[in-house]
Design a protein around this ligand. Sequence first.
Ligand code: ADP
Length: 625
Amino acid sequence: MGKKEFKAESKRLLNLMINSIYTNKEIFLRELISNASDAIDKIYYKALTDENIVFNKDDYYIKLVVDKEKRTLTVSDTGIGMTKDELENNLGIIAKSGSYTFKNENEIKDGYDIIGQFGVGFYSAFMIADKVSVISRALGSENAYKWESEGAEGYIIEESNKDSVGTDIVLSIKSNTEDEEYDDYLETYTLRSIVRKYSDFIRYPVKMDITKHQLKEGSESEYEDLVEEQTINSMVPIWRKNKNELTDEDYNNFYQEKHYGFDKPLKHIHIKIDGAVSYNAILYIPSEMPFDFYTKEYEKGLELYSSGVLIMEKCPDLLPDYFGFVKGVVDSEDLSLNISREVLQHDRQLRLIAKKIRDKIKDELALLLKNEREKYEEFFNKLGKQLKYGIYQEFGSNKEVLQDLLLFYSSKDKKLITLDEYMERMKEDQEYIYYASGESLDRIDKLPQVDFIKDKGYEILYFIDEVDEFTIKVLHDYKEKEFKSVSSADLDVEDDNEECKDESNEEDKNLLDSMKDLLAGKVKDVKISKRLKNHPVYLSNEGEVSIEMEKVLNQMPNGEGIKAEKVLELNNNHKVFEKLKDAYKNNPEKLNLYTNLLYNQALLIEGLPIEDPVEFTNNIWELLS
Ligand code: ADP
């Protein structure tokens, strides 16, 4: 029989495989074992409805056989087999043509990614073999046929012999090259580790003859080689097991085995859903930030299995960025194995699973917060920043998911509290949720503007993370109470400081105006403060950009030059104010000196750099002498 040609698409895919420089060639075995497992499944399902077929579990298995001399690896299964037509139709063309529609030649290069993420079925065998023979006998047939190909030129199909139903795939392993040790695929230990890595959870046994070099029975010095058939996969994935069969240790071991992290996970979440979309998942919340989390190399994602077969080591679409630290596996029967990355992203089932997973993580964190506060705070201190970024980055669209998981330090006892706890303790007349930003709790606690709000009996959230104010800006309000910075110039708080004189006093007004002139370009306004008690001066701000934000933005590329609109507020009950008035009347130069000093002090209190430290210290000396 003459050689037949592959269909165009198949030919291109085949070429992609043959010339692949893909480093993870070992996945070919995953693909073949998965096909074998599917073929056994088909008999299994037939047996459910056809009483002529008895499905005796022991008769169904996959076997790997190595022949080092012939340089062949054979993957056999006792599955449903293929008829002549099926060999032709299944292996001559791509089964699911929809999955790989190459748009142009460049995609051959991009194909690198296709192989990496999904493997590409049977043809991946051509990454490691220069000839592939498929000998198959279909269920209910007496004849066997052989399909054989040495690459893109074509294939032959001819009659063959096979004693029992099933398929043998004989791979003639390529010779070693400079870059690739193909010989490895003829080593049982390599094959065993590949099987354990990718196909451990296949439902049927994957068997292999293992040669054991051991002492002869009854002898003390003589050795013999014993060949023993072993099942090399464990067959039952931990996520399929019942929760009550598993101990914390089992879960922790799995975490280690999978190299999810060096830490002990803070919490595991085992999900088993049988529904419109069925899936099992085990998720872990780590107790430590993954060590490479802030590097470019870090990829978020969950391991994705389809019926026990690994299809993707890190499926990013299963996790939102703000839960990017979560590790784990998802296994669903409702996902197809050979699905391209692009299609997967838009897969309805996958999106549904992703949403469920997100909600589950959220619920579990909420439970932890409710029931194991200490543990939650530990989590939040290490990983909570991600949740704040989450709100900020997605413009508040996940507000509902995340806002109740946030914790902030409070002016009362300097402990972490939730927004809800803040709300509960709010005074009846209180209109805003107050916050103050700074470098540390201590520094915030000493800010003049903080005293004022505290004296009113209002609680203040202390923001010490750079992202805090940005997060709160995006949140805007919590249960309809707006957030308000204690530094904002329009702090609508009733002033009950009796001694505070009205600034409408003409003389004071003129003083403030000339100070404003002296500080032109630096502050937007100079005014008498309604909130200062003991301090002579502080900076409040108007507009959208706060002083803390200015600090953060100025550290970023392109953020330089972004300035908060600052207002210098003065305490007219302070002795300094008398000095200012005096200088204004009698000594304009002194007024300039005082104004600059006060402004720079206000900057220092806010943790902002002063513009000219040398001038500032000189001014102090001048004042002292
Ligand atoms: P996919 O597995 O995604 O369908 P493949 O290219 O791996 O794509 O396989 C194409 C088809 O060949 C399969 O759908 C199946 O019908 C058939 N096939 C492959 N391997 C076997 C096997 N070991 N036993 C029976 N049929 C097989």
